[in-house]
Write a protein that binds this ligand. Structure first.
Ligand code: GDP
Ligand code: MG
Length: 177
């Protein structure tokens, strides 16, 4: 409620990056709309969703951007990263190659971002533990070495999805307030 003149509002941009088909769009749809799409297809163009949370009685909004398929064409532009205060760097725990590419995404992110960005490494599809190719410890170790938060998630069964976004948003809020 803005009418009382006391409620402070915050709006932070958060970007989701990572290889194609790691589950970026489904993480966002799970968080923002509690939806999962088993047949999601890449679409062209940038999309974002705005999600609110309450921190210390403040209305904190995150504008969360999804590459919406651009990663297939290596066309994630500087405009995508511009103004971002947080990033989720996603790989698929059942596909080693997506973890091997994390370094490349991190370089991209660091090149394009001008502020100190709150970063989380996200190992998605942890429901596929039976066909896991990346051990939890490896994800943790990389995140620690690069100064990122770390979490394994499942957009399919909802494991840690809300937590992952909220940790990043709280960290950004802590950085600026
Ligand atoms: P994006 O290209 O990174 O945006 O990935 P999508 O969100 O489009 O997901 C790619 C494919 O992985 C789709 O078939 C999804 O249904 C599937 N997927 C996404 N997240 C999960 C997950 O947590 N677990 C499982 N088993 N499949 C997932
Ligand atoms: Mg997508």
């Amino acid at each position: 409620d803005e009418s009382d003149g006391e409620t402070e509002e915050y709006l932070f941009k958060v970007v989701i990056i990572g290889d194609s088909a790691v589950g970026k769009s489904n993480l966002l749809s799970r968080y923002a709309r509690n939806e999962f799409n088993p047949h999601s297809k890449a679409t062209i163009g940038v999309e974002f969703q705005t999600q609110s949370m309450d921190i210390d009685g403040k209305d904190v909004k995150a504008q969360i951007w999804d590459t919406a398929g651009q990663e297939r064409f290596r066309a994630v532009t500087s405009a995508y990263y511009r103004g971002a205060f947080g990033a989720l760097l996603v790989y698929d725990i059942s596909r080693r190659s997506t973890f091997d590419n994390v370094g490349r995404w991190l370089t991209e992110l660091n090149t394009h971002s001008d502020t100190t960005i709150a970063k989380m490494l996200v190992g998605n599809k942890c429901d596929l533990n039976n066909i896991r190719e990346v051990p939890v410890e490896e994800g943790k170790a990389l995140a620690e070495a690069e100064g990122m938060f770390f979490m394994e998630t499942s957009a399919l069964d909802s494991t840690n999805v809300k937590t992952a976004f909220e940790i990043i948003i709280k960290e950004i809020y802590g950085n600026v307030s």
